[in-house]
Design a protein around this ligand. Structure first.
Ligand code: ZN
Length: 461
């Protein structure tokens, strides 16, 4: 289940958004300007990127638990690590043919962090809200210039642009110094060496980005602007990479398989059925091509036709939690909620990370049965899932429905308030929190939570 979350950041970041759209800097892809920025939540992709990141971050001495993966729905290539959050565009994941390419980029980013590069900006970003970081750095890059000059928090980021102009913004955007790039490359090589991995993917990625930079008329990916890739740097990197005894080492086949499945999923969700099939044109009978086909079929509104395709995937890999999750989603769409709940329960059993997203799917299926005892179980599953995936707006809708079916209007209003709150719609959140308070017993934890939402400032969480 891959979900797109759009937030009402327009209200929170009016300057950044308006100015960037007006300036039309290269980092703002046209698609994003039209659609607005959205975050993607998906248990499978988040788990995979986490598995990519953890060893290199540990090798860099940055291995803290609770790394948060933020997937940005944008077709361009970009990735950034801030504090405990790793931001990465779906476009970067889709472009990378091997896990090693993404692992290499993450190792390079870890090198910037360990080297203390752009420390001040990073500190601001580690405190900032997720959507603010995306709007400034990954989505609407120009706003970062204001933040980088240290004139204040990210909220003032856009204001800096207004006076400094597009060209200055472009030049000062997260721009690492040439020496910093060299240092980060060297550090990345060290981390990859310590983890027994090749630097070939990092080299391939930077070569590709460097080439497209040199071509006139090719859209420039935001990553290239923040990480300049002159020819001498690539040449140095190549020398270092080839010196490693791991240079020829390929990713473990199981990891490559997960990578292919991820690309299949991203392609099916963001580019459609046909595009997803094209990626795996050489191997239409492999699991990734079948996965893309199954998802494409389901998304085209034909859940019943998708089910036998998903069943075949499950049969071939019964331990894969995400095939069961996908089966649950298709079963809900096919109007078979009881079986869907079983599928999600199986997915959870096989998911080592116990993803909140899958728990919410389980709750959604239980709710859809409409049976009071199942709906009560749905409330528990949804609350548990939302505690692990707080920004998953659809989860609050299901929770509100579940409470509504059980006749608990106060809790239903509070769940709606939470949904608005975590979507950044603070004004709506306050309205529903006030309505919840009228129904909830005074002084209870829910009543107190409603009061917190009522007291919330427009800008923050
Ligand atoms: Zn760099």
């Amino acid at each position: 289940m891959l979900s797109f979350l759009s937030r009402a950041f327009r209200r929170r970041l009016p300057l950044a958004l308006t100015l960037c759209a007006a300036l039309a800097l290269p980092p703002v892809s046209p698609a994003m300007a039209q659609r607005g920025i959205s975050v993607v939540r998906d248990a499978e992709i988040e788990a995979l990127v986490y598995d990519y990141a953890r060893p290199v971050l540990e090798a860099a001495g940055l291995g803290r638990s609770g790394i948060e993966i933020v997937l940005v729905n944008d077709p361009s290539f970009n990735a950034f690590v801030a504090g405990r959050r790793i931001f990465i565009n779906t476009g970067a994941l889709l472009m990378a043919e091997t896990p090693n390419e993404i692992i290499g980029v993450l190792a390079h980013e870890a090198g910037h962090i360990a080297g203390g590069h752009q420390q001040r900006l990073r500190e601001q970003l580690s405190r900032a809200q997720t959507m603010a970081v995306i709007a400034t750095l990954l989505g609407a890059g120009a706003a970062a210039a204001g933040a980088a000059t240290g004139t204040g928090g990210l909220a003032q980021g856009g204001a800096g642009i207004a006076t400094s102009g597009a060209e200055i913004a472009r030049r000062s955007l997260m721009a690492y110094q040439r020496t910093e790039e060299m240092t980060a490359d060297r550090s990345a090589i060290t981390y990859l060496e310590r983890t027994g991995q090749s630097a070939r993917g990092m080299l391939a990625t930077f070569e590709r980005l460097g080439r497209s930079m040199a071509l006139a008329g090719v859209r420039v990916d935001p990553y290239q602007i923040s990480h300049p890739m002159p020819r001498e740097r690539i040449a140095n990197l190549e020398t270092l990479a080839r010196a490693s005894r791991y240079f020829e080492r390929a990713d473990p086949p199981a990891l490559q398989q997960r990578h292919d499945l991820m690309r299949a999923k991203i392609a099916a969700y963001t580019q459609g059925h046909a595009a997803a099939r094209r990626i795996f044109g050489r191997d239409q009978r492999g699991a990734a091509a079948l996965y893309a086909d199954a998802i494409g079929t389901m998304l085209s509104g034909n859940a019943r036709s998708a089910l036998p395709k998903i069943d075949a995937l499950v049969k071939a890999a019964p331990q894969n939690p995400y095939f069961h999750e996908m089966r649950g989603e298709a079963l809900i769409k096919a109007g078979r909620p009881a079986e869907a709940a079983q599928a999600f329960a199986t997915a959870l059993r096989h998911d080592p990370r116990k993803s909140g997203i899958i728990q919410i799917g389980y709750g959604q299926a239980l709710l859809a049965t409409g049976k009071p005892d199942q709906v009560r179980k749905a409330v528990e599953a949804l609350k548990s899932g939302l505690s692990r995936a707080k920004d998953y707006a659809a989860g609050y809708r299901y929770l509100a429905q579940a409470y509504g079916q059980l006749g608990d209007v106060g809790e239903a209003e509070l769940a709606t308030a939470e949904g608005h709150y975590h979507s950044g719609k603070i004004r709506d959140a306050r309205i529903f929190a006030a309505r919840a308070q009228q129904k909830l017993p005074k002084g209870t934890p829910s009543w107190t939570r409603a009061q917190d939402i009522i007291n919330a400032r427009q800008s923050g969480r």
